[in-house]
Design a protein around this ligand. Structure first.
Ligand code: DNO
Length: 386
């Protein structure tokens, strides 16, 4: 497994690359061109500048999260084929730059949902949390205002203000689309992009719906084991796989995460590993990564990933806000994610030393020597990834 951290890019992430680089055991970053709206083609120049910046800091890009999907693709609307062509052009550019994993989601209208971005805990930390009973009493626009007020002046991934300004229109667009229709649209999209993914060796990793049940009457098709298996079978291709997000799937206590991981052997292309604490039906908060602080067994999760021979990028996910850290995208502070990463690496080392095969440990990378002659080729990744 390759241990990574998410970085939102220059001008978007208050956490700097030189800070990330000091996290022991960090292999690379997971990043994106945050400012490019879904549907637009990513330019080689913009991506090269991002890659250059990451590599100049002695790190590498270990995968992209996300290349977001235009709503016309999700709901088979006007211009769908054009937007798919644009997506393919972006994949081609990324493939030529050596990227081999792209995370995306297929949630209608918006990405992940929380009702509180700074729920206080008894130790003074704050965390992201969700209460279905609040969602049941507000509309999506009210929820957006609620979240914006707590966003630490950052743009929340999936909740870009330009999108939220069109929220009513977006809801209207999806009217009448059910889970079956959404899955058919996902299949159409995947079938169109697979030849390009195969050519460049890009593994597509769909992110589960978060929380793992339908909200605001919108269809959800990536919430549990059967659905994850179904989507890998509907387009059975080695490049079609999943982001195993323990927090999203774990929002539903009925999901047995280690069992889901084992059932997806060969289909997990990326992993988000974090804990959640179930407070009651439809009510959860994002705890520290430690097993005893939440409801998930993190040892069993890391062991299952090890046992299926997963060797792709893994990252600690949303952390608590601790030690007064407020200058960050909510959930993406430096401190608690670094603690989470160290814990996951500890679990992994212990698992590897007691369960020797399959070997998936990537040793702590040597200090890289930045190459002043930057090219966009895949051979400039100092930490050995591409
Ligand atoms: C939330 C993230 C999601 C994820 C997307 C993938 O913090 O896990 O925003 O990046 O769903 O497209």
């Amino acid at each position: 497994m390759k241990m990574t951290m998410r970085w939102f890019g220059p001008g978007h992430d208050p956490i700097t690359l030189d800070k990330l680089r000091q996290v022991p055991g960090l292999y690379g970053v997971i990043t994106t061109l945050y400012g490019v709206p879904p549907g637009e083609v990513w330019t080689k120049e913009e991506f090269a500048a991002l890659k250059n910046e990451v590599e100049a800091a002695g790190l590498c890009i270990a995968g992209i999260e996300s290349v977001n999907i235009h709503d016309s693709i999700k709901m088979a609307g006007e211009g769908r084929d054009k937007y798919i062509e644009n997506y393919i052009a972006t994949l081609k550019m990324l493939g030529e730059a050596g990227v081999d994993m792209v995370c995306y989601n297929f949630m209608p209208v918006f990405d992940w949902t929380r009702t509180n971005l700074a729920k206080p805990r008894s130790d003074g930390a704050t965390v992201l949390s969700y209460e279905q009973k609040i969602i049941d009493t507000i509309n999506p626009a009210e929820m957006f205002s609620r979240l914006s007020a707590e966003s630490n002046d950052t743009v929340l991934p999936g909740w870009e203000p330009e999108r939220m300004a069109r929220i009513k229109e977006l809801f209207d667009l999806y009217k009448g689309l059910d889970g079956k229709g959404l899955l058919a649209n996902l299949k159409y999209f995947l079938e169109a992009i697979m030849p390009t993914c195969a050519k460049y060796g890009i593994k597509m990793a769909i992110h589960p719906d978060d929380p793992a049940w339908p909200i605001f009457g919108l269809p959800r098709i990536v919430t549990k084991k059967e659905e994850l298996l179904r989507l890998t079978q509907v387009v059975d291709h080695p490049c079609n796989g999943v982001t195993l997000c323990t927090g999203s799937l774990g929002s539903n206590p009925d999901n047995d995460i280690p069992d889901i991981i084992r059932s997806l052997k060969g289909k997990v292309h990326f992993a988000h590993v974090r804990n959640v604490r179930h407070n009651g039906p439809g009510d959860f908060e994002e705890s520290a990564h430690l097993s005893t602080d939440g409801s998930l067994d993190m040892y069993a999760i890391m062991k299952a990933l090890h046992d299926i021979g997963f060797d792709g990028p893994v990252r600690p996910d949303h952390g608590r806000h601790i030690w007064g850290e407020t200058k960050c995208v909510p959930g993406y502070g430096l401190y608690d994610r670094a603690i989470g990463l160290a814990y996951l690496n500890g679990l992994l080392e212990a698992i590897q030393k007691t369960v020797p095969e399959p070997r998936s440990f990537i040793p702590y990378p040597e200090s890289p020597v930045p190459d002043p002659h930057f090219t966009t080729g895949p051979d400039v990744c100092y930490n050995g990834c591409q």
